[in-house]
Design a protein around this ligand. Structure first.
Ligand code: URA
Length: 429
């Protein structure tokens, strides 16, 4: 087959055969296809979409591109969560050890930042020495030993997603249903899951800007899960404001640890507990969500969840002292004060994500360096009252020039009204 012919077919809106998709993915992995050709096919898929048959073929070919885990020998429920991406989303760092503290096996495969959204793997790599690239056997051993872990795609594990993901990040081809579905579900299938809690983000800081779009994506993801015997629960959650107070890289690890200590922000804790509760009910460990939530809060209070998190960090070679270091926030700070008194009407969350990319929490080009101690602290949520002179948000980073650019990018991000405003519902459905 010839790559250009497959690209032209998709460009012209003609359905690709499973064989063509499989051939293309196979050659992406063996590096027989150039990045410019991969980008062209991704853009054609972005514009023309894919049929159900094409999407399913793409998922299958992407799963086949790497090895698949199988934890059946452990005789325990194997589950995970995946979010469609947002700002300040640190749920994975709370959920993974929390579920694991109940004996659920959580072998999470995650990704880096995508466009304006933050990446789980980038955040984990902000922990000194934390190893996100583990080979298949070593991750298998980790799961056998401690029951949980979070790793990145690699040349052995979901290699097709690793390649396509990095190209999508830089080519404006992310918000495409078949590309999102195949990216998420290929990772989840490789984990050998029984159950999956999907967190489909909705709002101006998500890829799906409204509930209608989010639901269409949710339905597609669930269909794929059902056809592959994974019990999928879907939560639609608000992403029209950042999750928690901190967004960036290392600052999000710190905030997640606060949640595991029981002192984190309410929204992060509430969403983590809700998603975990779905899994506890799916697994049969809890009879209903309310019982599950009580048990989950107990494992935060008694320290079991934090203990698991620390166990996971050590298992992946991370430096525990580094997590608790006082130097996790960059020294240069820019504090932005409110020019008026009123109520927060809206927050342009996507803009916050792009400002974070500017200060080094994400990449504009592959060669960019990430600045782990950079980030933003937002002090207000939609509906909150704010007074003239209060600090709306704080940017912190290394490069003062970039902080100033980010500040400029964030002009009019927080809209203030003199009318009272309703708070946003965290869990929409
Ligand atoms: N998360 C993924 O893993 N892939 C996507 O495409 C979007 C969110």
């Amino acid at each position: 087959m010839i790559p250009a012919e497959i690209i032209e077919k998709k460009r012209d809106g003609i359905e690709l055969t499973p064989k063509e998709i499989d051939w293309f993915i196979h050659n992406v992995i063996s590096e027989e296809i150039d990045d410019c050709q991969i980008s062209a096919l991704l853009m054609s898929i972005y514009f023309n979409g894919m049929t159900n048959i094409e999407t399913k073929s793409l998922v299958n070919s992407m799963v086949k591109s790497g090895k698949r885990f199988n934890f059946k020998h452990l005789g325990k429920y194997v589950a995970d969560k995946h979010s469609t991406g947002g700002i300040g989303d640190k749920i994975s760092f709370v959920l993974t050890p929390l579920l694991s503290s109940f004996g659920i096996i959580v072998p999470m495969i995650a990704g880096r930042g995508l466009a304006f959204t933050g990446g789980t793997i980038d955040k984990l790599e902000s922990i000194k020495n934390f190893q996100t690239q583990k080979n298949f056997d070593s991750f298998n051993n980790q799961i056998d030993l401690i029951g949980c872990g979070i790793i990145s795609q690699s040349s052995e594990i979901c290699p097709a997603d690793k390649k396509l993901y990095s190209i999508r990040d830089l080519t404006g081809t992310i918000p495409s249903f078949p590309l999102i579905c195949s990216s998420i579900m290929s990772k989840k299938l490789a984990e050998g899951l029984d159950g999956l809690a999907l967190d489909v983000k909705v709002g101006n800081g998500a890829f799906m800007k409204n509930l209608r779009e989010a639901k269409s994506l949710g339905i597609e993801l669930k269909k794929i899960g059902d056809s592959l015997d994974i019990d999928v629960s879907i939560t639609y959650s608000n992403m029209s404001e950042p999750l928690g107070k901190y967004a960036g890289l290392k600052c999000e690890i710190t905030e997640a640890v606060d949640c595991l200590k029981g002192t984190g922000p309410d929204d992060v804790t509430q969403l983590s507990i809700d998603l975990c509760a779905n899994i506890l009910v799916q697994s049969g460990i809890s009879a209903n969500k309310s019982e599950a939530k009580t048990s989950l809060l107990k494992n935060i209070e008694n320290g079991k969840a934090l203990e698991k998190f620390e166990e996971m960090v050590v298992a992946q070679n991370g430096d525990l002292n580094d997590i608790y270091s006082k130097n996790n926030f960059a020294r240069n700070h820019l504090k932005i004060k409110s020019k008026e008194t009123g109520y927060i009407k809206s927050i342009n969350t996507e803009k916050i994500g792009w400002a974070l990319v500017e200060i080094g929490c994400g990449k504009k080009v592959i060669s960019d360096t990430l600045y782990y101690s950079a980030g933003i602290k937002t002090n207000y949520k939609v509906g909150d009252k704010i007074y003239k002179g209060d600090i709306v948000y704080e940017l912190f980073g290394f490069n003062e020039r970039k902080l100033k650019i980010a500040k400029k990018m964030l002009t009019k991000t927080f809209v203030i009204s003199d009318q009272e405003q309703e708070q946003k519902k965290l869990i929409i459905e």
